[in-house]
Design a protein around this ligand. Sequence first.
Ligand code: MG
Length: 256
Amino acid sequence: MQIARISLEAGPRYAIVDHETDEYVVLAGDPIFQALDTTGQRVPMAGTRVLSPIIPRSKVIGVGKNYMDHIEEMGGEVPTAPVLFFKPNTSVIGPNDPIVAPSWAKELSYEAELAVIIGRPCKDVPIERVDEVIYGYTAANDITARDIQRDEPQWARAKGFDTSCPLGPVIDLDFDPSDVAVRSTVNGELRQDGRTSQMIRPVKELVSYVSHAFSLLPGDVILTGTPAGVGIMSEGDTVTVEIEGLGELTNQLHSS
Ligand code: MG
């Protein structure tokens, strides 16, 4: 089952995606906290604006250097432990929202990533119980100011600015993340073409590791790293992240 967050006249609403009729089936509440009760309202997919499927109440946790080919292209080494960083919830935008380049950044890069959405409060989760705490999966673009990441001793500004975390278009509740394509295109041209099976530390290991560092809350998002092929975008470029089975997440780069 796939769930989207859509913009209706009454405000943002969650909805089940009905791929057979190309409609959204509107839900009564927030499915992370309530049952999947529907209101009975159906909305055509065509012409309906899709929002970020989640606005994290507490945090987005990024994982760096989790694909060997990306580590090689950046000239680094495999880290002895997962490299963790935060993106604030003010960085989150939805499909087709503009990525706004900060005035202080010159080199903005895309990073196609599988994102894990946490479904319940948890801490110190053993690898064999990680499935119990995952709500679902979506696509993410870990937009990075590469010059700032390179020139400053921390990553917070380079990866945490407003609009640096496009998420969407849907949350998939039944997704198998073990071996799917992770791609990005810029203006329709293929730039990244990896597979989740190439992760140095797979999803369950990452979620378990992160849960031993921080308590995780419903709606928290964990980004799982990006494969090779990252590059710098220019103003007006359109970047699309595709996680096989989760749809496409497209955003355009604007100047501030
Ligand atoms: Mg990344």
